[in-house]
Each structure stands twice: as C-alpha cells, then as structure tokens.
Write a protein that binds this ligand. Structure first.
Ligand SMILES: [Fe+2]
Ligand SMILES: [Fe+2]
Length: 343
C-alpha cells in the first residue's frame, strides 16, 4: 500500500510522488478501480468531484419536473409508477452524494455549492413539463440518454462511482420502459393524445441531444478525462449512439423526430442528424433557461424546510452515542448488492 500524503499530512517528495503517479497510472492502464484511500492526482480528484457532484445534483433536481405531475396523474397505476420513479431518482442522488463524499467534500458542502450555483446539474431539468405526455417523453428520451451516458460509466476508473452506476443503470432501464409504455398507450388512444405525445417529443428531442454535452471539438476536458478512465466515450460518440437507438423506437411509436436532417447514412452505418442550438444550451448552462431560477428556489426551500430533520437526526445520534446505534445501522442480512446472497 502506498503511503498517502493524506495519511502522513506531508507532501511527498518528488521521487515518491513520481512512484505514486506510476502506481496510479498502472491501475488506470489495467482498467482496475482507483479506490478512495489510493493516492490520486489532484486534477483527477477535482474532475471527479465536479462530475460526480454534478451527477448527484442532477438526480435530485431531476425529481422536480416529474414530481410536478404526481398529484395530477391520470390513474392510480400511473401515480404508483411515477412515485416509484421519482423516489428512485432520490435514491440515485444519495448513492452519488455518498460516492462524492469519498473524495473529500461533505454532503453539506455539496448542497451549499449547488444552492450557490457553484456546481451545476444537467441542463435538461431546466425545461418545464407542460403535459402528462412529458412524463413519458422524459422516461423515454431523458432516461434513455442517461442510460447511454451511464452504461459506459459502470467501467469508470473510480470504484465508488462505477459501483453506484451499476445499480443506477438497472433502475434507469425501468424508467425508460415506463416512459415508453406510457407513450405507446397514449399513441393508441385518441387523436388528441397522439398530438400531445408529438408536441412533447418536439420540445424534448433537442434538449435530450444536449445532455451529452458540447461537440467534441468544444469539449476541452474530454481527452484528459478519457486518459484517466473517468470517461469511456466522447460526447459525440454517445450522442450518435443515442440517435441510432431512438430512431427505430420513434418509428415503432409512430412519432416524428423534429429534425429535417435526420436520415440513415449507408456509408457510415449511422444516422446523420442536425445540431442542437448550442447557443440555447450555453444560455441554459449559464442559468438563463426557462426554469433555472424556479428549480434552485424550490431546492433551497426544501433544504430550509428540512433543517429540523437534520437537527433531530444529529441530536438523536448525539444522545445515542454516535452513529453505531441499532436504529442507524443496516439491519442484519441487509445487502446492498443484488448479486450478493442475503443471509
Ligand atoms: Fe436517475
Ligand atoms: Fe431515471
């Protein structure tokens, strides 16, 4: 085990640091996992904190556009599905905040950075949900894009992030299916329902393509992130994969994707497609999207309203002699891994 500077509290000398870097590079080269107590370059740690925190924030903020429809779901069945889905997103946020905490920052610091606008979340959640069809479209396209992004991240070089992704991806595929099934049901309904689905797809198609980030030639961090094994594919690669996957699904649904340039390219073996409005993307990232202010205000209010719960939990832990009390540790036989046997 290498002696880390966090253990000794001292900066390693240059020769020692070179040896540590070589060990780190070898782990990445072997496609092994880097674990929280391993030495890692500061840039690697910072990039991961930014990426995993942004991912955690996206899960939590992403609950809002759909949560908006829980009280107005058209049936008990739809309400149960939507509730389960939105709760899953809260769970994803928790796994990912825990993964980020293994890199240094506390949950409180992460929340403060989100609320201060110092860390971002996915731009897609700054668009409003205007009809119930949006619940279906978000499941199909937004969770679908998330799956494209996240399946390769199951092999990311940082252990806690990769392991969180494995679990998250299993749940995302349920999210995508429930969305697609809702849209399919609506497409078999009335003309009005079909029009509702088409209108919703028209609004979400381009923002969904933006979820993969700017084009590769405008994404300066991609090369380093790929060298570190944090990212496994470029933005444009993943966007192409998503378009190729969505076209036959749109055909099966009977909806038109709102891109006049979209067509199969025999030579490339992929679909050609148009570019999203990247100026709009930059505006949304900068905080000027249709719902940025509303999303953050809502999150801030929820955080303030929850202050008493945090205080009560701390007081309880304090009085019960810390977090090792039976009520706060997992039950015996509780397993967090689905492949592990529950005793
Ligand atoms: Fe999620
Ligand atoms: Fe999801």
């Amino acid at each position: 085990m290498p002696t880390t500077d966090t253990e000794t509290g001292m900066a390693p000398d240059p020769t020692a640091e070179r040896a540590l870097l070589e060990q780190f590079d070898a782990i990445v080269e072997r496609n092994d996992r880097v674990e929280p107590r391993d030495w890692m370059p500061e840039g690697y740690r910072k990039t991961l904190i930014r990426q995993v925190a942004q991912h955690a924030h996206s899960e939590i903020i992403g609950m809002q556009p759909e949560g908006n429809w829980i009280s107005r779901a058209p049936s008990l069945r739809r309400k149960a599905i939507l509730l389960a889905k939105v709760q899953d997103e809260a769970g994803h946020g928790l796994y990912l905040y825990s993964a980020t905490e293994t890199l240094g920052p506390s949950r409180q610091e992460l929340t403060e950075m989100l609320l201060a606008g110092k860390q971002k979340y996915s731009s897609i959640f700054n668009y409003p949900t205007l009809s119930y069809a949006d619940v279906g479209t978000i499941g199909w396209l937004v969770d679908g894009a998330a799956i494209c992004n996240q399946v390769p991240l199951c092999r990311t070089s940082y252990g806690p992030y990769g392991r969180a992704m494995i679990r998250v991806c299993k749940e995302e595929s349920f999210h995508q299916r429930q969305g697609y099934e809702l849209l399919m049901t609506m497409m078999q309904g009335t003309d009005e329902q079909r029009a509702m689905v088409q209108e919703s797809v028209n609004r979400f198609w381009w923002p969904a393509l933006m979820m993969f980030g700017p084009p590769d030639d405008e994404s300066p961090n991609t090369a380093q992130s790929m060298a570190w094994g944090i990212k496994r594919n470029t933005n444009d690669d993943l966007r192409q994969r998503f378009v190729d996957m969505s076209v036959p699904q749109a055909e099966a649904l009977g909806v038109t994707l709102p891109d006049p340039e979209l067509r199969w390219n025999e030579e490339r073996g992929h679909h050609d497609f148009g570019q999203p409005d990247w100026d709009e993307f930059m505006q949304v990232v900068k905080g000027n999207g249709p719902c940025n202010a509303q999303r953050l205000a809502h999150r801030r209010r929820a955080h303030e309203d929850g202050a008493w719960v945090r205080e009560a939990a701390l007081a309880f832990a304090d009085k019960s002699g810390g977090l090792d009390t039976p009520a706060l540790v997992p039950r015996e036989g509780y397993s967090t891994s689905e492949t592990e046997e529950v005793r």
